[in-house]
Design a protein around this ligand. Structure first.
Ligand SMILES: [Zn+2]
Length: 119
């Protein structure tokens, strides 16, 4: 998922904006480009990725057969994060799998460097 940033041409100048400001809602639970007949809208959801923290509008699937919110996030390659008083059951933030992998690889490199330094 790499749909957090955008640049809009305003007259002759480029103005930074977000896809949320342009009206994008990230839909979970129905696959790419499929809409949900009963979405549960979350107007302010934070996603942390390699470029920073992004405020997005995220819609969970609210169908009778919907998976849990955590499962829906993981289906979009996002780990739920309890942030600002939210919970793992009802998260309002997530970290991309890519950022977690990057962090884990950095830790492994540090461990390896530490072994060489002290052995
Ligand atoms: Zn649905």
């Amino acid at each position: 998922m790499r749909c957090f940033h955008s640049i809009v041409v305003e007259g002759m100048a480029l103005e930074p904006t977000t896809l949320k400001e342009l009206g994008l809602h990230i839909q979970l639970g129905h696959g790419f480009l499929n809409s949900c007949p009963d979405p549960v809208e979350t107007d302010s959801f934070s996603i942390m990725d390699m470029a920073g923290i992004h405020d997005v509008s995220l819609d969970y699937c609210g169908c009778d057969t919907a998976a849990s919110r955590g499962q829906q996030l993981k289906g979009a390659r996002l780990y739920p994060v309890p942030w600002g008083g939210s919970s793992m059951i009802n998260p309002d933030a997530a970290v991309t799998f890519e950022l977690v992998r990057y962090y884990e690889e950095g830790l492994e490199e540090e461990e390896e460097e530490g072994r060489h330094r002290w052995c």
